[in-house]
Design a protein around this ligand. Structure first.
Ligand code: SF4
Ligand code: SF4
Length: 444
C-alpha cells in the first residue's frame, strides 16, 4: 500500500459523467432521502432511530435499549463491527465511496452546488460575489443538515421547538444548534476530503481488513505500462498518461501508484479512464473494480467464500442471532429491589420494619401500573405509598416500601420472603428478599 502525495487544496475534481457516477448518484439521492425521513418515522409508536443520550435511552428499529441493557448494546455494536469487517473483506471500501455521509453529501450536494454557483471559477480561491453566495448557501445547508443530525439525538419535535425559541430564552439549545451547524459547515466548506484522508480511522484499518481477494479500485499496471502519449503505441501500454484519472479524483491521488489509504473507492477515476479508453479506441477497464490477486495474474473471479470471509460471516451471523434472541427474550419489565439507605431495621408497634426500594423499568411502549405484594412469610404487613406503581412507557420509576414482620419470623437476624411485582398486562416478577431483624427474639 503506497502513501498518497501532498496535494494542493482545495481539490476541485473534474466530473466525468459515466456509468459509476450515475449509479452512485441514485444511491446517494436515496440515502439523503432516507437520512432526512428517518427522524420522522415511528415503529410501534417509538421513533425508528433515536439516540437519546440525555435520557440514556436508544430506540433502534423497534428495539429500545435502556442503561440496564448494556449487554444488548454491546452485542449491537459488536454485530455492526463484525458486519463492517465482512463488507470490507468482500467489497473493499464500498462504504466510503457509496454510502458514507461524508462522501454522499460532499460529492452529491456540496460539490454540485459549488460547480453550479462558481462555474468555471471553481478553481480560483479569490473571494468573489459568487463565492460569497456559495458560502451563504453552504451555511443554510449546514444549518439544515445540523438540525437533521440533532433530530437523531433529541427528536425532531425538540429541534422544532428549539428552532422556534428565541436565542435569549433558550441559549443552550441555540448554542447546540449553532455548534453543530458550524461543524458541518467547517467540514464541507473547508475540511472536505481531509475528513477521509486525515481523520477517519476506517481508512487506516484498510491494510488489516483487506486481503488480495477483496474488490478494490485498481489500475491494471500490466496493461497500462509503459504509459505514454504518442500515436505509435506498439511499445506503449494502454495508459496515454492523460492524467484524467488524477484530475477526477476527489482526494487528489494518482491511482496508478497503487492502492492508497486516501482512496475512498468512489470510482470517479474509473469513469474518467473509461472515457479516455473510448476516445482512443481501446477496451474499457484499465482502471476498474478488481482484486489484487487478479491484477497479479491470479484468477479473474476471486473466491468469495474464502476463510476470512467465512469467519467474518459466521461471526456476524452468530452475533446477530444472539442479539435477536436477547431482544425477543427480554422481559417487558425489569424489577430491582434494593435495601433502604436508613437503619437496616427498626421496631415499630412490636414489629420489625425493613425499608426497601423497588425500581421498575417498563420496557414496553405503553404506560403500565405495577402492583407490589409479598408472599412466603406469615403475618407480614406491606406499606407501599404508591401501589400500584405507575411507570411511563419505556420509562422507569422507583418507590420506597416498608415491610413489617413479627420478631418471631427471624432466625439468626434474618427472614426470607418473596416480593411480587405484577403488571396489568400479565407481567409478573418474583424477587427473593432477605429481611434483617434482631439476632435474638427481642427488640434491638
Ligand atoms: S483513486 Fe479513484 S476511486 Fe480512489 S478516491 Fe480517487 S477517484 Fe476515487
Ligand atoms: S485516465 Fe487512464 S489513460 Fe489517462 S492517465 Fe489515468 S490511467 Fe492513464
Amino acid at each position: 500500500m503506497v502513501g498518497g502525495s501532498v496535494v494542493a487544496r482545495p481539490i476541485v475534481p473534474r466530473i466525468i459523467e459515466g456509468r459509476w457516477l450515475r449509479r452512485r448518484r441514485w444511491v446517494a439521492l436515496s440515502l439523503m432521502l432516507l437520512f432526512a425521513a428517518l427522524p420522522f418515522v415511528t415503529i410501534g409508536g417509538a421513533p425508528a432511530i433515536l439516540l437519546d443520550v440525555a435520557a440514556r435511552r436508544f430506540h433502534f428499529f423497534g428495539a429500545t435499549f435502556l442503561p440496564t441493557d448494556g449487554v444488548l448494546l454491546m452485542f449491537l455494536l459488536l454485530t455492526i463491527f463484525a458486519g463492517i469487517l465482512l463488507v470490507t473483506a468482500l467489497v473493499g471500501r464500498a462504504w466510503c465511496g457509496w454510502a458514507c455521509p461524508q462522501t454522499v453529501y460532499m460529492d452529491f450536494l456540496f460539490r454540485p452546488l459549488e460547480r453550479w454557483v462558481l462555474g468555471a471559477a471553481a478553481k480560483k480561491g479569490e473571494l468573489s460575489g459568487r463565492r460569497l453566495l456559495l458560502l451563504t448557501l453552504y451555511a443554510a445547508l449546514s444549518v439544515m443538515l445540523g438540525n437533521l443530525f440533532l433530530s437523531y439525538f433529541v427528536g425532531y419535535q425538540a429541534v422544532w421547538r428549539w428552532m422556534q425559541a428565541s436565542p435569549t430564552e433558550a441559549w443552550t439549545p441555540f448554542l447546540v444548534m449553532a455548534v453543530t451547524a458550524g461543524l458541518v459547515f467547517f467540514d464541507f466548506a473547508y475540511f472536505r476530503e481531509q475528513t477521509c484522508t486525515v481523520v477517519c480511522p476506517y481508512a487506516r484499518l484498510q491494510s488489516v481488513l483487506l486481503d488480495p481477494a477483496s474488490d478494490i479500485i485498481a489500475y491494471d499496471v500490466g496493461r497500462g505500462e509503459p504509459r505514454g502519449l504518442g500515436k505509435r503505441r506498439d511499445d506503449l501500454g494502454s495508459c496515454v498518461d492523460c492524467n484524467a484519472c488524477v484530475t477526477a479524483c476527489p482526494t487528489g491521488i494518482d491511482i496508478r501508484n497503487g492502492l492508497q489509504l486516501e482512496c475512498i473507492a468512489c470510482a470517479q477515476c474509473v469513469d474518467a479512464c473509461d472515457a479516455i479508453m473510448d476516445r482512443t479506441g481501446q477496451a474499457r477497464g484499465l482502471i476498474r473494480y478488481a482484486t489484487q490477486l487478479e491484477l497479479t495474474g491470479g484468477p479473474t473471479k476471486a473466491r468469495r467464500l474464502r476463510p476470512r470471509v467465512l469467519l467474518y460471516a459466521g461471526l456476524t451471523l452468530a452475533l446477530l442471532a444472539t442479539l435477536v434472541v436477547l431482544i425477543t427474550g427480554r422481559a417487558p419489565a425489569e424489577v430491582t429491589v434494593l435495601r433502604g439507605t436508613t437503619m437496616p431495621w427498626v421496631l415499630q408497634e412490636g414489629k420489625i420494619r425493613n425499608q426497601l426500594r423497588v425500581k421498575v423499568a417498563n420496557h414496553s411502549l405503553e404506560p403500565e401500573r405495577y402492583s407490589i405484594s409479598t408472599s412466603g412469610l406469615a403475618e407480614v404487613e406491606l406499606i407501599a405509598p404508591e401501589n400500584p406503581l405507575p411507570v411511563a412507557a419505556d420509562g422507569q420509576a422507583t418507590t420506597t416500601i416498608f415491610v413489617l414482620a413479627p420478631p418471631s419470623a427471624f432466625r439468626a437476624g434474618r427472614a426470607s420472603l418473596t416480593l411480587q411485582v405484577t403488571g396489568a398486562r400479565g407481567f409478573q416478577s418474583q424477587t427473593p428478599v432477605t429481611l434483617l431483624g434482631p439476632m435474638e427474639r427481642s427488640a434491638p
